[in-house]
Design a protein around this ligand. Sequence first.
Ligand code: KG4
Ligand code: ZN
Length: 357
Amino acid sequence: MSAAGPGPGPGCLVLALETSCDETAAAVVADGREVLSSVVSSQVDLHARYGGVVPEVAGRAHLERILAVLEEALEGAGLPLPGHRSPGAALGGPAGAIGAVAATVGPGLVGALLVGISAAKSLALAWGVPFVGVNHLEGHLYASLLEEPGLELPAAVLLASGGHTLLVEMDGPGSYRLLGGTVDDAAGEAFDKVARYLGLGYPGGPAIERAALEGDAAAIAFTRPMLERGLDVSFSGLKTAVVHHVRAHPEVPTPDVAASFQAAVVDVLVHKALAAARLVRARSVCLAGGVAANASLRERLADACALEGLHVFLPSRAMCTDNAAMIGAAAYFRLRSDGPTPLGAGAEPTMGFPPAS
Ligand code: KG4
Ligand code: ZN
């Protein structure tokens, strides 16, 4: 439908929605750089009893929460929706102030994605502004640019989330090169699966991290998979090694298993991030994605970068895990380079990286 029109003007406010997995999030971002508001409603409690994200439960919860989250984000930015609580009241407040409405279009759970996409398209239509569909993985890359506007580029970014583990060279907004990634399980997926196996609950990353605090990371010498093999990573074998070890040695305390497993994952990630930085002569190394909330990874990466004289930037934990501010930033630059996304575009659950322009 809509084709590339004039780019966003100065002071352009983007209202962004993120509903790709188990966080319902909305944010208002100015000029792709300044976060005016960011609201995240986590569904962790809803899914914990099932030991993982249940797609139908996620979609329904997004639907129940999206309006309240959206309203809070608009209010936080000083743009309340006038009278939306009174049935039939016209949408009028943010109209004229919001320059574009964005939503994550993939990768993610289709039923979850569609909630954010439908809401964003409806608002874009009602307000007569462009709709922008955003690649969730591209969104994660903006964590560092949003929190460190002076980030020295190029940056080597380690993006480690529940579904993806990628090493990306970033030269600036919209300019990326994929350097490597997982050939099987993502780092977060490995944390989640091992935590489930050890009976530590969901989400697995924080559960493993907590258990590891009481354990000895040197207790079990798990292999460091694919350490010397380019910039690809693999965590499936490590996960199997944990299972075999626990079966063979049921007496080993769970915190020791958790700490040793975490140490192996962190070793591999730090090693690969530094290898990527050397390869592209990066001026900074950054983290992104939910696994970047891991304190051990953050510490070890910072230490390793300091040893090599590399600048490291670690975005706040809130910016590393799923949020809509990163989607708003990505949307602004996508709108500038590619124009609006056609309203006929749908969800792309298996969308890859890098995003095509
Ligand atoms: O980026 P994210 O919030 O959602 C996706 O896009 O997938 O990442 C979620 C993943 C989950 O696998 C979760 O276990 C992991 O990030 N995670 C962590 C930690 N916090 C979240 N992994 C290790 N340590 C943590 N502290
Ligand atoms: Zn994510």
